[in-house]
Design a protein around this ligand. Sequence first.
Ligand SMILES: [Zn+2]
Length: 258
Amino acid sequence: MPPCSPRGDFSRRNLIGLLGSAALVQEGHGLLLPEQASRKLTVVFAGAHPDDPESACGGSMARFSAAGHRVVALYLTRGEAGIDGKSHAEAAAIRSREAERACQILGASPVFCTQVDGATELNAKRYDEFRQVLLAQKPDLVFTHWPIDTHRDHRVTSLLAYDAWQRTQTKGRGAFELYYHEVLTGRQTQQFLPTTYVDVTTTWRRKHDAIYAHVSQKPDNCYELHADMEKFRGLECGCERAEAYVAYARGPARLPIG
Ligand SMILES: [Zn+2]
């Protein structure tokens, strides 16, 4: 296998069949090309906390929005437990504003669910709630946390999104393609082996600025690792900087072409 090729059977035909209705893929590298999608898409980037979608996917978000697609950042919580010395209400207000600013930078629209940072729940009511919020956006593509992650809220978000994907497959309504993203790999995301990449060489600075909009999170603590991840993923797929994903949507149910 060439050193730049991702794992698995990635012939051009297979990739276009795999991802075909939503985005095209460059042969041999597993690169999503938002500018070459066959139509304008709605792309939802889900995360447990304000700053998760931006940290994992900010360069991709900027690239999708620049290509004319509708980009949504879906936050499971408002980061209520994320600022020392602040009440949940105070932290939620601060972090919601930071998320809104970050979304402005990336050309995205923020949407918030009603769960609480550090106390997220996984039950029938929460599955239904998340699915309804997600499907209200009419997504074509959904990016969510990889399920093997040291943070409990990230795992919850991952399973909520997977359940929504599963339900739309069996019910035949609102089907979308599902991708997993990575955050602080090694510290949080674990055992993540990408299948798919987005070249963010031209957009990583907007991601940087979006992450730094989350002032309360002391972005110096996390951006450095993400910059290293971008460079490493770039080496994997043959560009300067990239964000990496695992494409899940491999079942027989596909989005309609067109
Ligand atoms: Zn998080």
